[in-house]
Design a protein around this ligand. Sequence first.
Ligand code: CP
Length: 319
Amino acid sequence: MRHLLSIEQLSKTEIEAILDRAESFAEVGRRDIKKVPTLRGRTVVTLFYESSTRTSSSFELAAKRLSADLVSVKAAGSSVDKGESLKDTIATLSAYEPAAIVLRHPHAGAAELVARWADAAVVNAGDGKHEHPSQALLDVYTLRRRLGSLEGKRIWIVGDVLHSRVARSNLIAFKAMGAELTVCGPPALIPRGLEQLGCEVTHTLDHLGDAEVIYALRLQRERMQESFVPSIREYAAHFQIDSRRLGRRQLLMHPGPVNRGVELSGEVIDSPQSLIAEQVASGLVVRMAILYELLAAGDEPAPAHGNGAAPPTRIGQPA
Ligand code: CP
């Protein structure tokens, strides 16, 4: 894998190989010394043009746990504020000869452009409404740990699908893993032709009880140029997942950050069915696995047991 730009580029086998690798990093995370020397002497740049807590912090920690040198740039407060273009910013940061650039940008296709300009491996950490492939991988990882296989599992994605790069990447990833998908939201927040991704579309929560997993999405008010819902109160009345709607055996996911009291009620966020904190924890090991696949997997012989897990001699030694 040269870059991670889209979840579409990965087959089911390739997704499973990354998740197997993440499992081996979860084992490292249970040790006293959680750091391995895999990327010693290599530089990872994280460059974020949009706000982030989870993706930025987990990629930063992932790079550090792999012993890489880390350069972390947020556009706000950088020379982007003085008018420096994306191309010139990449040229500037490329002077440090990074092995990888992790980019979040408001424009769809930005990561693909950077992959053309830079010698480094590029990770798309979210490009506008287009894709968020590392989120999809960490969500599949989280569900695989809970459910084993996703084959035939009924997953509902509920909320603001129109503005959601997570919805697009997750639909593709969940489908590749064999899940049965339903998308639910108000008509104005569901893109036309979404069924082409292999999901059913509904505009009510009437049959939410059929779902084994409910994946709620944030209402992305910052991306809305016009009014897509009559009011927050009305949206919540029709689409909020609350304790009346969440069954005791259903699992609840959300990529974060959550608008508490809008798409989710406070009590379901903190309920035993909620995997939200687990998703954040998965983000670290999955992003370690992504950096590993991009920068180190080619350096070593094929795993002896064919399960994609890194051999203990490589990641088993503390830095
Ligand atoms: N899920 C997600 O991308 O969260 P952040 O915006 O906090 O990175």
